[in-house]
Design a protein around this ligand. Structure first.
Ligand code: AKG
Ligand code: FE2
Length: 159
């Protein structure tokens, strides 16, 4: 698990840099503000649910970080919104899913979009997933380098 955390931490840092190359912003923003002690790993367990049409594994939400790196097992249940409709994400334990979070949406002035997603339950099978949340420290000021900016500047603490 420690090795997984180190690998995804490096991957998140690299991906954020690549995604930010598009912008004329300070290139070391993520290195300075998203440190190991402000990012975290969450292990999710979804027990079988006898009434899957009535109970979500995880309610519809967007992630409030910059990036999420998600690993899911072979069971499936993750869905995301595209053009107002829910679509299932095909489970592939050999792959990682990268989610743009709210902070990247604001920082990129809506160029990148934070996608709404949810988890539906399975009536028979238990499901596991592991998510790494790439977050800045609470006092980091999130401000787009584009003008006019869609969002007022804010800190992670305020959301
Ligand atoms: O379990 C999943 O596939 C999604 C987890 C998730 O969206 C989250 O932890 O924020
Ligand atoms: Fe999520």
């Amino acid at each position: 698990m420690e090795q997984f955390a180190t690998t995804v931490a490096n991957l998140a840092q690299r991906l954020a840099e690549i995604l930010a190359e598009k912008f004329d912003c300070k290139s070391d923003f993520f290195k300075q503000n998203c440190l190991a002690n402000t990012c975290y790993l969450r292990m999710n367990r979804y027990p079988p649910c006898p009434i899957p049409s009535e109970v979500f594994g995880l309610m519809p939400h967007t992630d409030s970080d910059f990036l999420t790196i998600l690993h899911q097992d072979e069971v499936g249940g993750l869905q995301l919104v595209k053009d107002g409709k829910w679509f299932a994400v095909k489970p592939n334990p050999e792959a990682l899913i990268i989610n743009i979070g709210d902070l990247f949406q604001a920082w990129s002035n809506d160029i990148y979009k934070s996608v709404q997603h949810r988890v539906v339950t399975n009536p028979r099978v238990e499901r596991f997933s592991t998510a790494y949340f790439f977050c800045p420290s609470y006092d980091t000021v999130i401000q787009s380098c584009y003008e006019p900016s869609v969002y007022k500047k804010f800190s992670f603490k305020g959301i």
